[in-house]
Design a binder for this molecule. Sequence first.
Ligand code: 13P
Ligand code: 13P
Ligand code: MG
Ligand code: MG
Length: 366
Amino acid sequence: MSTGKKVTLSIIKADVGGLAGHHVVHPDLIATATRMLSEAKESGIIEDFYVTNVGDDLQLIMTHYRGVDSKDVHSLAWDTFKEATKVAQKLGLYGAGQDLLSDAFSGNVRGMGPGVAEMEFIERTSEPVVAFMADKTEPGAFNLPFYKIYADPFNTAGLVIDPKLHSGFKFEIWDLIEHKQYFLNAPEDSYDILALIGTTGRFTIKRVYRKDNNEIAAAVSSERLNLIAGKYVGKDDPVAIARAQSGFPALGEILEPFSFPHLVAGWMRGSHNGPLMPVSQKDARCTRFDGPPRIIALGFNIKDGKLIGPTDLFDDPAFDETRRTAQIIADYMRRHGPFMPHRLGPEEMEYTTLPQVLKKLEEKKI
Ligand code: 13P
Ligand code: 13P
Ligand code: MG
Ligand code: MG
């Protein structure tokens, strides 16, 4: 590991309007974000950036030397989303400004609407990272795959055979309802970790650290818009970062759990369970029943603070069978129509007419 200043990798995302519904980001919004981040790179606020989209979510991937929760970087993201919202309004895009919940920017975007995953570290000689970005789901969608990456030896061979991984990882888990945090170690606290994170709508993995030296390994966005706003304003489509190789799981160990299209909450109206389908960036366009929920993975190397890449990691026939299985699961789940467990339980639904229906039925009650 080289000695040097710490670089920060930040992914900040928001849905500020979709073309033809909750479908894709319009190219003019990508162009607006690219222009604003280019200016910020020139003026030295950020070191480098990459703008993309996953469905209707606009993704700002940035490197800089200002640390996590930097006011300068967060306000740059906020201003970029505001500017993109203006374009979305002009074009009449659907849900323009959907994820910007407050007009008063107060230092960082945490809890304000946009999702953020960021981490600060000393760059290794080679610093491979994976940026995961998903549409039509929630942060808890990362619980199962991230548990497998950092705690399941059937997924990650390195936990058994790489001395640098053998002592395991520490999980920082957030309780999104009671606003509490837990720090639990794998493998020794595995059953406690699973007892929490199996409840995906409430407990989410926020960060993972290598246990022997507390080095940051992964970070997930854990904002829950519905709880923030107190009403439905869109599912909080999540993002995550994972560092790969040399003391962290290998790239293929990080991608491996996504070969199982596990059921996640989101999909139509943020109120249905469906399979998480890994896709290339060009296929990150939700259609069928506004889904099925999708995830992309972009691989980069960070060198002297610059983003080298990306490579589109799920753009690979190795994930074809996963995608096919996801279609079969999507068919199976859809046949339940308005019934649970396709439809979420009442406490988890982002949209519900249940109180009005029950009120109307009050007079018919005997
Ligand atoms: P590193 O220990 O350099 O990450 O290599 C692991 C590997 O070879 C993955 O297959
Ligand atoms: P988004 O959270 O991606 O905007 O989707 C909302 C929705 O209602 C999809 O049906
Ligand atoms: Mg949307
Ligand atoms: Mg979305």
